[in-house]
Design a protein around this ligand. Structure first.
Ligand code: C5P
Length: 238
């Protein structure tokens, strides 16, 4: 697949067209943003680490039967994926109270949720990605009710697989964000990335944070935390 012109540049990734119109190349950058772009920085080597980490998670999920955009890892920073029309929703799944949920419902960070919580956020930078409900998704025509049901069900299944996979590596999956897309054949598939940028991972024993909260909260050793996640997942699998 030949890399053609850039289609889109996001906060952490660039997307390039290829000579195959059903495929694009994602290039992972070292840029990091938080709080809706208010906090900016770079994390040396983050792009390489997130490309590898996302590759491992997507391969595992594909093997479990979850349809994803992942095709193959091309280089240190590049991944070949199916071209999709992104559904403008951020689907957040939570197992333990943290971040905005801890604040919203007044539960202490670290409280185990008695039931899995699934939330939808409207992917809109100008509005700051607000939390929305099914009725808002419907009136905005972001997805059909059937698509919402399907992507929420997929998100719950992905949670089951990720939680078990990470538990085996002595990691707690606190929460994570997913994005879905419609591929050129019209199928709803998992897209974007699964990495320490988009998940909260805690060491199961020490509860040490091994994710982007180290950047958001200025805890230091951000790069080292991402390296530790890759190491526990089995390292340099390309
Ligand atoms: O900030 P909040 O607690 O709502 O984040 C929940 C989860 O979703 C965290 O794992 C966070 O990394 C992820 N997230 C994300 N992109 C956003 C918002 C949240 O990856 N724009």
């Amino acid at each position: 697949s030949v890399k053609r012109e850039m289609l889109y540049e996001g906060k952490a990734k660039k997307v390039f067209l290829t000579d195959d119109e059903s495929q694009v190349i994602v290039e992972y950058k070292d840029d990091a943003t938080a709080f809706n772009g208010e906090k900016k920085g770079t994390i040396a080597g983050k792009g390489v680490l997130n490309n590898r980490i996302t590759s491992i998670f997507f391969k595992m999920l594909e093997a479990k039967g979850i349809p994803t955009h992942y095709i193959e890892t091309l280089s240190e920073r590049e991944m070949l994926v199916k071209k999709v029309r992104i559904v403008p929703l951020e689907v957040v799944v939570r197992n333990i109270a943290a971040g905005s949920l801890a604040k919203r419902i007044g539960w202490e960070e670290g409280t185990i949720l008695p039931k899995t919580v699934v939330e939808l956020y409207y992917k809109n930078d100008e509005l700051g990605d607000p939390l929305i409900n099914h009725s808002h998704v419907d009136v905005l025509e972001l997805a059909t009710p059937e698509q919402v049901a399907e992507l929420e069900q997929m998100a719950r299944e992905i949670n089951v697989y990720l939680k078990a996979f990470l538990a085996d590596k002595n990691l707690l999956l606190v929460d994570f964000k997913l994005e879905f897309g419609i591929d050129t054949d019209g199928n709803l598939i998992l897209a974007d990335e699964i990495s320490p940028d988009t998940c909260r991972f805690w060491d199961a024993d020490t509860k040490e944070k091994l994710d982007k909260d180290r950047f958001r909260r200025d805890l230091g050793s951000v790069e080292e935390a991402y390296e530790e996640i890759l190491r526990r997942l089995g390292g340099f699998a390309l």
